[in-house]
Design a protein around this ligand. Structure first.
Ligand code: SF4
Length: 347
């Protein structure tokens, strides 16, 4: 169990029923879902569940048992670019380290859901991390290390500090980036000790916060954000475009403006990945492109993230509203940044 998560977290269907968040009749039908994909709803998120847009992201649904032919276990192709366990080297200058395979909250649309969850994978061990540090020392083209997971901020402060200190020893690394949902889900963990651990990297520390709706930026989250801003950690956001969560231009505009007002630079709006059992969150590319175009009319350029899709198979991200996405009679062609063309289903 992650050591940092101290607040009460709903971890089962029974607790959801007991808290009045799930109908007891539905609970039986959801046992199979819960056995496959973990549940975790911490206190801060539980307080937002009055909103359907939030509830849909975290309360299990029987729709998760529906797997479509197009859906993949590894939708963004991490495995194709993994030279070592827990390391993804997809782009020349940067790597991902998947430090842990657990999160403080489990999103029902998670793109890594086949590997992320309680009892699914294990946190990287000391010798596995040593191998990764060795790889980083050797690969001088890498100037950025991104901690991801799962959620890296559920690792212990001791472990985070240890990783940061090892990154500090590699002079060609300039940036230390953390991808996390914990600022939203478990804002209480953002404290001086955690911030000092990240800063032990002696690099330029950046944080990318996963958030999908303005409701998620509540008072507790604002306190956490202010601590990070005071510590001069530059903040960015990444959001996923999700059906019945944020698939309206006004909802996205409110999210992006709220982020900007709170010193978070809107960075990416992701088209949903083709993860198993997530079809009920899915929108097709044309629908997404239209919503994004309408959103551009409602916010300033500085509040507008890039709308991107990860090409399945590990071919990287491309902008959706661009010449790299071409509609055909039976689907789409996605053109990766090397000019290679990939078929993509129309849905
Ligand atoms: S926080 Fe990220 S990794 Fe964890 S369940 Fe949500 S989307 Fe998946």
């Amino acid at each position: 169990m992650p050591t940092l998560i101290k607040s009460k977290t709903i971890k089962s269907l029974e607790e959801l029923v007991a808290r009045g968040l799930l109908d007891a009749n539905n609970s039986d039908k959801l046992a199979e879902v819960a056995a496959k994909y973990s549940i975790a709803i911490p206190q801060n998120i539980a307080g937002m569940l009055y909103s359907d847009a939030i509830a849909k992201q975290f309360i299990p649904s029987k729709d998760e048992l529906v797997t479509l032919e197009r859906e993949l276990a590894d939708p963004i192709g991490d495995d194709a670019h993994s030279p070592l366990k827990g390391l993804v080297h997809r782009y020349k200058n940067r790597v991902l380290i998947k430090l842990v395979e657990v999160c403080g909250v489990y999103c029902r649309f998670c793109f890594r859901r086949e590997n992320v969850g309680d009892n699914k994978g294990q946190a990287l061990k000391g010798d596995e991390l040593e191998q990764i540090y060795g790889y980083l020392h050797q690969h001088k083209e890498i100037d950025e290390v991104i901690l991801t997971g799962g959620d890296p901020l559920v690792a212990s402060v001791r472990r985070l500090k240890e990783v940061a200190e090892n990154i500090a020893k590699i002079s060609h690394i300039k940036f230390f980036r953390i991808h996390t949902r914990a600022v939203i889900a478990n804002p209480e963990i953002i404290n001086d000790e955690l911030i000092a651990a990240l800063k032990a990297s002696q690099k330029s520390v950046k944080m990318v916060i996963h958030t999908n709706h303005a409701i998620e930026i509540n008072d507790a989250v604002k306190v956490a954000i202010n601590k990070l801003v005071d510590a001069k950690i530059q903040l960015f956001s990444q959001s996923v475009l999700l059906r019945n969560v944020n698939d309206k231009p006004e909802v996205l505009a409110e999210l992006f403006n709220t982020l900007l007002q709170n010193n978070i630079n809107p960075y990416y709006l992701h088209h949903p990945d083709l993860a198993k059992g997530t079809g009920h969150f899915y929108l097709n590319l044309e629908e997404g492109a239209k919503i994004y175009r309408e959103t551009t009319k409602l916010v300033s350029g500085i509040a507008l993230p890039k709308y991107v899709i990860d090409i399945p198979g590990g071919y990287g991200k491309i902008p959706v509203n661009s010449g790299q996405v071409i509609k055909t009679s039976d689907g789409f062609i996605l053109i990766d940044n090397n000019g290679k063309r990939h078929n993509y289903p129309i849905l």
